[in-house]
Design a protein around this ligand. Structure first.
Ligand SMILES: Cc1ncc(COP(=O)(O)O)c(C=O)c1O
Length: 342
């Protein structure tokens, strides 16, 4: 397997597939009322050490869209990084689900919103009264779209800003497991204790099959959450198969072990490239994604050798490599050798 294109292209982890097979007998209640639903809620509440509402979904876009709809009125504003998935890769789903909320890009290096820039923006808001959108939500991607991870200190700075201006904090955690193992803290510290009100909890990229969840920590945002899910077309009739996956994902720390492996492969690759004169790493490698600049001839050569990765759009010579739970150490080594041979 020479696929470094996306963790979405990785297979389903056998334990997660087995969990679906194990419950695939007989009948059970539909639409989230099956025998696993209570277990799922309890399991997530235990993981996060607090009350939370768990909404199983099949896509991260739905999790983000419903989260924004919960925290942001149609006349509200959401602050996000220019490269964030909600801004560039969801075809307006958050705006659609919220009934027209405005996404406002706040730039920053390495895929992270610069909190000081956000603060300046917020200080200067309000002058136009009802002519401007109401500041409502800060959306942070963890890990970021540049493969970096917000530290707890950075998250706490956003918590302070959110408190000062009465904003919600949404975390797009499509790769939350990868961020968590990097931070080395527990799930509570990385989320609600650091100010996160709503978490899009990804599992698909890390071994599940169409299994994601929206986790709501703040009861204030819990209003009509189930109706919003229905309106989004995500009230899944055979939800027990998503429940089974999420439970297997959390069982025995499978999710953390898979993410740890993916991160280790990315770090091993990055460290092996440090002294390679052809390869420039563009961002710190803090999780399972590596962005680098290489000579175009080398990129062509790797493709001819059947390595698969994304050429980054609009940036000549830039590629993205994604390492997953299914990346074998031998795959990583053969990529390193192919680059070193050039
Ligand atoms: C940062 C981020 N957020 C959310 C998603 C969820 O996307 P999807 O709707 O394809 O599950 C992705 C998937 O690529 C992502 O990378």
């Amino acid at each position: 397997m020479k696929n470094f294109r996306s963790d979405n292209e990785a297979p389903v982890h056998p334990d997660i597939m087995q969990a679906m097979v194990d419950i695939n007998h007989g009948f059970d209640e539909s639409y989230g009322y099956d025998h696993l639903s209570r277990q799922l809620n309890e399991r997530f509440q235990q993981l996060f050490g607090c009350w939370c509402e768990v909404l199983p979904l099949t896509t991260g876009t739905a999790a983000n869209g419903i989260a924004i709809a919960l925290s942001t009125p149609a006349y509200g504003a959401v602050y996000c990084h220019p490269n964030s998935h909600i801004n560039v890769d969801e075809c307006g789903a958050p705006e659609f689900f919220s009934g027209g909320a405005k996404l406002i890009s706040v730039p920053g290096e390495q895929g992270k919103i610069e909190c000081d820039v956000l603060n300046r923006h917020l200080e200067n808001s309000g002058h136009h009264g009802e002519h401007e959108s109401l500041p409502s939500t800060i959306s942070l991607t963890q890990c970021t779209e540049s493969g970096t991870v917000y530290s707890l200190e950075e998250l706490k700075a956003f918590k302070k800003t959110a408190k000062q201006y009465g904003l919600a904090v949404h975390m797009d955690g499509a790769r939350f497991a990868n961020a968590l193992v990097t931070l080395g803290v527990d799930a509570a510290e990385a989320t609600w204790q650091s100010g996160v009100d709503l978490l899009s909890f990804g599992a698909t990229k890390n071994g599940a099959m169409m299994a994601e969840a929206l986790i709501v920590f703040n009861p204030a945002y819990n209003k009509q959450i189930k109706r919003l899910r229905k309106r989004a077309g995500h009230l899944i009739s055979k939800m027990r198969f998503v429940h089974a996956q999420l439970l297997a994902y959390l069982d025995n720390d499978l999710w953390l072990n898979l993410a740890r492996h993916a991160n280790q492969q990315a770090r091993f690759f990055a460290e092996s490239m440090r002294n390679n004169r052809h390869v420039q790493l563009l961002h710190p490698v803090e999780a399972n994604e590596v962005f680098c600049r290489l000579p175009v001839d080398l990129i062509n050569d790797l493709e001819q050798r059947d390595f698969k990765f994304h050429r980054w759009p609009g940036e000549k010579g830039v590629i993205r490599l994604v390492f997953s739970f299914a990346t074998r150490a031998s795959d990583t080594r053969s990529l390193i050798e192919a680059i070193d041979r050039f």
